[in-house]
Structures are given as structure tokens and as C-alpha cells.
Design a protein around this ligand. Structure first.
Ligand code: NCD
Ligand code: ZN
Length: 346
């Protein structure tokens, strides 16, 4: 039996939702992760520091008693976001990042930014104070093929933004392509990227080959195999700019299993078990801690967690839960399509 002890991981990209779903999913993140960057794409979105403070209270109220899980709050960038409010939230210690959603790019992104030029005053202020920008890196131009939207975003939005404000610290969220990996590798210190467990495990065949499988559909959509391999190489490299963001994004099953299903994969309950499997398969278990627990805090200028967790490999596969209940309804947990042998010890 093999064990691996690492500093407690953090999740640098997490959707906790609100209300009953928040109550159902928050404990699953809190049991494994010390901290998480909380995505602000609620309906309505978390736009002001006041919104973020109220959402933080609702998250804390949804945690199991005695949990020390720390939600790191973000603001949803709109064309009317005020630089003063952003800076005040940052100085308070409440706001850890601002999220850029190109309008219409993904779930609940209608209030996002249409023209990046309108956001430059806020972005310049963020660069001056050292507050990171998290970007959903896909263009929304309907003439661009969905599989090319990340590469087009790099060329049309990210490269000009880097040239215009090189001091701005940017995290390219949930990268899904070799183009994303290569771009991030070529940048200096001010650029990081999160990688999800599912993009290390599935390619687009999981969604489309042999029947349509809505629980593998998320945005950015999984790409072809060569891209998955590039993401794996980046994640297992231990290289500083690449770190874990689960993008755990629960939607109730009826909203996934229908004619126009929502984008989002719910993976919080088994992320660490899946990652241990991936890193073991790559002969890179010694790099898991860098990916889950060291590179993220370094980018966000926070200390790594002192607490340790131990992962244990069992000979017999672990029986994994497949669903989480929310009242009468259910959320389906990501199925990696391999037997899971790793378990986080209590
Ligand atoms: C996310 C969601 O459901 O909020 N969906 C997803 O497919 N990842 C939004 C996002 O991160 O794009
Ligand atoms: Zn997300």
C-alpha cells in the first residue's frame, strides 16, 4: 500500500453556487481543500465588494461546524465596475481576484465585458495594486469554431492586454489547449494558469463518441487528445505557473440532461483521488504537491498551508459516490472512467 503526504491543497477556481446547492456542495470542497477562489457568476453576479461580503457570509454559513475552509472572494468584472470599489475590497483583504467573463462566453456571463477597452481603467488600477485578474479565455465571436475559441482569445484579447498592461497579474483559467500551455510558458512571472482534473482525464471523445454524454460537457469544452497530453505535461512538470483549479461547476441533473444542457462538471468530491491517479500514471507523484498546494499560493502571494493530508492507494478500488442529493434532486459527480484506488485519509 502506497501513501503520499502533502501540504493541504487549495482550489484556485471553484463554483459553489448559492442556496440549497451551496449547502449541498460546500462540504465536499471543505473536506479536502483549505482555501478556494470562489467564482462570482451567480444570478445576479457578485459585482461589488458589498455583494462579495454578503456571499462570503452565506458560504461560511453553509460549511459544516468547525470547518476552517476559507473562501477567497472574487468580483465579476462588468463594464461599469468601479476601480475605487475594487481597490477598497482588496485593501480590506476581502477581494483576492477579479474575474473577466467575455459576455456570453459561459454559464451566467450575460453581464460580462463586451469591449475590453471599457475595462482598462479598472485593469490598470489592479496592475498598480497587484490584484490578479482571472480570465475565462474564450472569444464569443459566433463565427469562431468552439474548439478554436481559446486560441483565438489568446491572439485577440490576451496578447494585446499583455502588451498594454504588462504588470497586470493574470490567471488564464481552466486552460484546455496546447496553445494555452505554450502561451503561459512563454510569459514572465505575471502569468499563471489553472488546470482542471477533468481536462487532464478526458478529451472530446468522452462527450461525443458513442452517444452524447452531457456530464462531460463543460466550458471551455474538452479538446482533442494532443491538447490533453499538453495539459498533462504542464500539470506534472511542477512548473510554477500551472496550478489546480477544479472548476467544479454543479448543475442539477435535469439542467444537464436535456435538449440544451448547461456547461459544467461537478468534480469536487473526487478531485484529489483523480489527480493522484493521473500523477501516478505519469510517474510524477512527487510533483502533485507543487500542482495542488504550492504553485497556487505562490502566484497569489499567500503562504502554503501548514496542515498536511495523506493520500493512500488501496489495492481494491474505492467505492465512489456517483450523486450528491439536493432535496429531491441530484447532482452527478464526475466519473473519470477508471477505477479509483486513491483515498484521502480522514
Ligand atoms: C461554469 C459554470 O457552470 O458556472 N461552467 C463550466 O462549464 N465551466 C462556468 C465557467 O467556468 O465557464
Ligand atoms: Zn469556472
Amino acid at each position: 500500500m502506497k501513501t503520499l503526504t502533502i501540504r493541504q491543497p487549495d482550489d484556485w477556481h471553484l463554483h459553489l453556487r448559492d442556496g440549497a446547492v451551496l449547502k449541498a456542495v460546500a462540504p465536499h470542497s471543505a473536506v479536502h481543500f483549505a482555501r478556494a477562489i470562489i467564482m462570482p457568476n451567480l444570478v445576479p453576479p457578485v459585482v461589488t465588494t458589498t455583494d462579495a461580503a454578503a456571499y462570503r457570509e452565506r458560504i461560511l454559513a453553509a460549511l459544516p461546524e468547525g470547518s476552517s475552509f476559507t473562501p477567497l472572494m472574487t468580483l465579476y468584472l462588468t463594464e461599469t465596475t468601479q476601480a475605487e470599489d475594487v481597490e477598497a475590497g482588496f485593501r480590506d483583504g476581502l477581494i483576492k481576484a477579479v474575474k473577466l467573463y467575455p459576455a456570453g462566453a459561459t454559464t451566467n456571463s450575460q453581464s460580462g465585458v463586451r469591449n475590453i477597452e471599457t475595462a482598462y481603467p479598472v485593469l490598470e488600477r489592479m496592475a498598480a495594486i497587484g490584484l490578479p485578474l482571472c480570465v475565462h479565455g474564450e472569444v464569443t465571436d459566433p463565427t469562431v469554431d468552439i474548439f478554436d475559441r481559446e486560441a483565438a482569445f489568446i491572439e485577440r484579447v490576451l496578447e494585446p492586454l499583455r502588451r498594454r498592461i504588462p504588470e497586470l497579474r493574470i490567471v488564464m483559467e481552466h486552460i484546455t489547449t496546447k496553445d494555452g500551455v505554450d502561451f503561459v510558458r512563454a510569459q514572465g512571472q505575471n502569468m499563471g494558469a489553472t488546470i482542471t482534473p477533468h481536462h487532464l482525464i478526458i478529451n472530446r471523445n468522452a462527450i461525443l463518441a458513442g452517444g452524447i454524454r452531457p456530464h462531460y460537457y463543460c466550458l471551455p469544452v474538452a479538446k482533442r487528445e494532443a491538447h490533453r497530453l499538453a495539459l498533462r505535461a504542464a500539470a506534472i512538470s511542477g512548473h510554477g505557473p500551472f496550478f489546480l483549479g477544479t472548476d467544479s461547476a454543479p448543475h442539477l441533473d435535469p439542467l444537464k440532461e436535456c435538449a440544451c444542457g448547461c456547461a459544467g462538471i461537478f468534480n469536487a468530491p473526487n478531485t484529489l483521488a483523480c489527480l493522484a491517479h493521473v500523477f501516478e500514471e505519469e510517474g510524477a507523484l512527487d510533483q502533485l504537491e507543487a500542482f495542488t498546494s504550492l504553485n497556487g499560493p505562490a502566484f497569489y502571494r499567500l503562504p502554503p498551508n501548514e496542515k498536511r493530508i495523506t493520500l493512500r492507494r488501496q489495492d481494491v478500488p474505492v467505492e465512489m459516490e456517483r450523486k450528491v442529493s439536493v432535496g429531491e434532486e441530484t447532482l452527478t459527480i464526475f466519473d473519470p472512467m477508471f477505477p479509483i484506488h486513491w483515498k484521502v485519509e480522514d
